[in-house]
Design a protein around this ligand. Sequence first.
Ligand SMILES: N[C@@H](CCC(=O)N[C@@H](CS)C(=O)NCC(=O)O)C(=O)O
Length: 228
Amino acid sequence: MAGHDRILYEVVGREDRRISPFCWRVRMALAHKGLECHFEPTRYTEKDKIAFSGQKLLPILVDFGEVVTDSWSIAKYIDENYYQERSLLLGGGTRFVSLWTDTQLQPVLARCIIKDLYDNLDPLDQEYFRVSREARYGKTIEEMHLERESNELNLKRVLTMIRELVRTQPFICGKAPAYADYIVFGAFQWARCVSPFKFLDDNDPIFAWRGRMIRQYGSLANTVPHYD
Ligand SMILES: N[C@@H](CCC(=O)N[C@@H](CS)C(=O)NCC(=O)O)C(=O)O
């Protein structure tokens, strides 16, 4: 991608919907560090376009020619290389939040929004997504959609710990947001970009935290197509 010093390849759906929780983590992290970036929309099946990275997943950061893959490695890379006074990774707890989000939050949330996600994909990616995700979850997209109510109950349960945390402090990381906030928010923003499904009550402390996150960095989360 000539002409850009810094490029983030991120997953795109139909009508420019940015549909990856992992890519949102990195977008927020770049904003935290005040780093400008070109965001290169990449469909799931455009594997040729990202072959240069030697792997098949997004996000991929290309920073002045340095190729970094995997959102955790990207966060570490930008934390170590830029504006060290605005630290992203505050101690070992961030890795815990990352693994919790990957293994507990996102799989449950995915089951709640998968039909909306599918509907918001570029048609060229739908078959690939259906085959790969139905194999991953062991159910069809429609079956998961029918089970949304019970998945929603699971989601509410999974969110208990975060709810208790943001009841007593404005951000997961304390007085100001950092990478643990971006990790969890990445999941909410992913859902928000593809699904009108409202799974947080207005009086839920997580809803207020989500609002604070949406407003970060000039309401960065609102600069792309999204639902409420
Ligand atoms: N551990 C990786 C996971 C990245 C990942 O799973 N990315 C998904 C998008 S959310 C992807 O690129 N999937 C490509 C595919 O399914 O072919 C990270 O943290 O970056």
